[in-house]
Write a protein that binds this ligand. Structure first.
Ligand code: CA
Length: 233
């Protein structure tokens, strides 16, 4: 889903512990991100005020101040940088405070670098998607511009007609939709009606199966002799 080249991604590592900082820098540079770092609260404050980052990796205990204050500052500055907290303190309180202050994720030290890389990748993906138009119905998320659908965080691959059908259902939840309406919405009126009904039947059947397999919460119910209805909780 990354449309931007990964080398354009800027990451700021805020960590005072030298060896950990260097290890993270090396690991993320290997993933071809542009990596900057700050080792004190003050230095971090300068960086976040002057630049935008795609992802900030933030230690809580810093010389000169708390990482939580950095989060507050990001909020004050209306910054949209994704933040992953890395903290030695496996304290639930810190975690909740951090997440409440807008952090996207939380990683407890010590962690595997592979885990850090995975979290960074997914934080950046979420950030990229959050600026776009999206339609959400329970755990179904549609990005109309990209014609992509996610159930929870997993992409659901649909053909073009299945996508159009799902789009129509998600924009009309809990509404009884006749086969006529559906055929017109998805095919326009240039298709022979009898054919289009057969087609709808098979496409909806496939779509229902795919949604169910992917664990989608809303369900497309068939209303005998009439059409369909997408039922959300
Ligand atoms: Ca520290």
């Amino acid at each position: 889903m990354l449309h931007q080249r990964i080398t354009d991604m800027k990451i700021l590592i805020i960590e005072d512990e030298l060896s950990l900082r260097q290890t993270m820098i090396r690991s993320l540079e290997k993933e071809r991100y542009l990596v900057e770092s700050a080792s004190t609260y003050q230095e971090a404050l300068f960086k976040i005020s002057d630049y935008d980052y795609d992802c900030i990796i933030l230690d809580i205990m810093l010389p000169g101040g708390s990482g939580l204050s950095i989060l507050e500052e990001l909020k004050t500055l209306h910054k949209k940088d994704s933040v992953i907290i890395v903290s030695a303190k496996d304290s639930l309180e810190d975690k909740i405070k951090g997440l409440n202050l807008g952090a996207d994720d939380y990683l407890t030290k010590p962690f595997h670098l592979a885990e850090l890389n995975a979290r960074v990748k997914s934080a950046i993906r979420r950030k990229q998607q959050s600026g776009e138009l999206q339609l959400v119905l329970e755990n179904i998320c549609i990005y109309p511009d990209k014609h992509s659908v996610f159930i929870n965080d997993n992409e659901l691959i649909l053909n073009r007609k299945e996508f159009d059908l799902l789009y129509y259902f998600v924009t009309n939840p809990d509404r009884l939709i006749s086969k006529d309406t559906l055929a017109e919405a998805v095919w326009g009126d240039y298709m022979d009606q009898a054919d289009s009904f057969d087609f709808i039947y098979s496409q909806v059947k496939n779509l229902r199966k795919k949604l169910k397999t992917a664990g989608a919460l809303p369900e497309i119910k068939a209303v005998y002799g009439y059409g369909y209805k997408m039922v959300a909780e």
